[in-house]
Design a protein around this ligand. Structure first.
Ligand code: NAG
Ligand code: NAG
Ligand code: NAG
Ligand code: NAG
Ligand code: NAG
Ligand code: NAG
Ligand code: NAG
Ligand code: NAG
Ligand code: NAG
Ligand code: NAG
Ligand code: NAG
Ligand code: NAG
Length: 415
């Protein structure tokens, strides 16, 4: 009977091992609500001393069988601590940063006294390494996903993470269907069709051996200037616009650039006294621009871009703490030159022929424009035009006086 039970247990554990690809854990808060979910695979490579200046390297995986003692969550921070083997642990702490969360530090502690993992170790006791995590800018209520392998190197320890699925700050006891993908998972080939010769890539870039492997060295192919779209929001169907935005838009997601296509884009939104919103929905993505009116001035306060890349990876990038495109309420903001704005670590926005008025639009027309600084250097052009005009006027005047003189002379003759 006892043997039977133990073999069932054994089968169950083998089954569990085969089902889970990696280590899967959940953490509950003090009210027993699910607050953190993680499923990940980690390989460790640890160099340790076995004799005076002689070292060995131990390689092992994070086992499926871990305990989560030491893990916990509160409203603004949470900790995932995975304990395994004879006193080893791997832990990450998460904090909220506006509308996103991030993992701050990964702490790995290993017990050098564990002779099965570190045979013949010359040192006894526990060693600890702290490394900075690459898990940043994860949208709230989204799951961080990274299938790609990522190696974090530290003095004497390399950690390779892959098939990572982590959600901190879980809401309503269930993990989100929406994901924030890591940079490495996003496509690195441009979405827009470009005639980029692939054969003329230069010879292997000269990198010295100590340099880390080059991250996406994609030589950005030059996209055509995006079409300028004219978008507006009306309070109701019979009214004139209360918010107007004209611009050509390009977004760069992890260095992959795509032009935003106005054709087929629907705009909606709302106009308020202190806050107005424009929502642009195209096949590829939804862009939400939120403007704030702080009594005298307005500015773009928040930007949220969600969509799917051409390879079907969902993304959601948002920044709710911007102060761009500032101008006096009652006027409009204009910037004709190409501009780029870093919105999040992954998202950069490019605007072309920007003209925006989120408050106080009258008769469906833009009010006086306040030009962006970047256009200031373009004053050269009006000045040049002005000088040219002046010269022209002088020439005309001169011609007039000469003509008049001649006329007068000839009129004397006729007299
Ligand atoms: C960590 O990786 C680097 C680069 O691949 C390698 O040179 C180093 O020996 C590795 N360290 C360990 C402890 O495996
Ligand atoms: C061991 O380290 C000492 C100094 O720390 C050095 O003089 C010696 O050459 C090293 N031995 C080997 C075998 O590298
Ligand atoms: C992880 O470690 C295991 C066992 O050491 C090894 O079989 C596997 O190839 C490693 N995987 C990676 C991606 O390094
Ligand atoms: C480290 O490993 C040794 C040997 O397995 C064990 O006796 C000791 O309790 C472990 N240390 C910790 C902190 O668990
Ligand atoms: C961004 O938009 C998506 C979809 O509209 C929404 O689910 C998400 O909460 C928004 N994020 C922020 C930070 O506003
Ligand atoms: C480490 O511990 C083991 C067993 O506890 C002992 O045999 C060994 O001498 C210790 N080594 C050092 C360097 O303290
Ligand atoms: C996922 O995002 C979509 C919009 O992008 C939203 O409508 C939906 O509610 C989100 N789902 C979850 C589970 O958060
Ligand atoms: C490697 O590159 C770094 C930074 O570019 C430089 O300081 C260093 O001298 C280079 N090393 C070699 C061996 O070229
Ligand atoms: C808009 O105008 C049409 C005709 O002038 C009218 O039938 C309709 O009710 C109006 N709609 C609103 C929202 O005022
Ligand atoms: C917009 O798209 C429609 C069909 O998708 C096409 O017929 C039309 O020509 C396009 N208009 C412009 C200006 O590109
Ligand atoms: C901007 O905000 C101020 C103060 O809240 C308000 O008095 C003003 O009417 C607002 N302007 C517009 C155009 O809504
Ligand atoms: C962004 O704009 C700055 C100047 O405003 C320019 O120097 C920089 O090259 C631009 N970056 C990109 C990626 O276009």
């Amino acid at each position: 009977m006892y043997r039977y039970a133990s073999s069932v247990l054994f089968l169950a554990s083998v089954f569990a091992f085969q089902l889970s690809h990696g280590t899967e854990v959940t953490v509950r808060d003090k009210d027993n609500n699910l607050c953190l979910y993680a499923n990940l695979t980690v390989n460790f490579s640890v160099s340790y001393e076995v004799a005076v200046n002689k070292s060995e390297t131990a390689m092992f995986e994070l086992p499926g069988n871990v305990t989560t003692d030491g893990s916990g969550c509160d409203n603004t921070s949470s900790t995932l601590k995975l304990n395994f083997g004879e006193g080893h642990s791997w832990s990450v702490n998460f904090t909220i940063n506006g509308k996103t969360y991030q993992a701050d530090t990964i702490t790995f502690s290993y017990n050098l006294s564990d002779a099965t993992v570190f045979p013949k170790s010359a040192v006894n006791g526990t060693a600890t390494v702290n490394v900075k995590s690459q898990i940043t800018d994860v949208g709230m209520d989204t799951c961080y996903s990274c299938k790609s392998k990522e190696t974090i190197e530290a003095e004497s320890v390399n950690q390779t993470l892959w098939n990572v699925l982590i959600q901190a700050f879980v809401i309503n006891n269930s993990t989100s269907e929406n994901f924030t993908s890591c940079a490495a998972d996003l496509p690195t080939t441009p979405v827009a069709p470009t005639t980029q010769p692939t054969t003329t890539t230069p010879a292997a870039p000269v990198t010295n051996s100590t340099a880390p492997p080059p991250t996406t060295p994609t030589p950005a192919p030059t996209l055509p200037t995006p079409t300028t779209g004219e978008y507006s929001v009306k309070p109701d169907e019979n009214s004139t616009a209360c918010l107007m935005v004209n611009f050509g838009l390009r977004i760069s997601l992890n260095s992959v650039e795509m032009n935003f296509e106005p054709n087929g884009t629907t705009s909606s939104g709302s106009c308020g006294v202190n806050s107005s919103q424009l929502v642009l929905t195209s096949n590829a993505m939804t862009i939400t621009l939120t403007f704030a009116n702080d009594t005298k001035k307005f500015h773009l306060h928040a930007l949220n871009v969600t969509g799917k890349t051409s390879s079907g990876v969902a993304f959601s990038e948002a920044n709710t703490n911007l102060s761009l495109w500032e101008a006096t309420v009652g006027s409009s903001y204009m910037c004709n030159k190409e501009q780029n704005y870093t919105i999040t670590g992954l998202l950069t926005l490019y605007t072309f022929e920007l003209h925006v008025q989120p408050f106080g639009v009258k008769k469906g027309l833009f009010s006086t424009a306040e030009d962006c600084q970047a256009d200031a250097e373009n004053f050269i052009v009006p000045i040049a035009v002005g000088v040219a005009l002046l010269v022209l006027i002088l020439i005309v005047l001169l011609a007039y006086f000469i003509g008049r003189k001649r006329n007068m002379a000839s009129s004397y003759e006729t007299l």
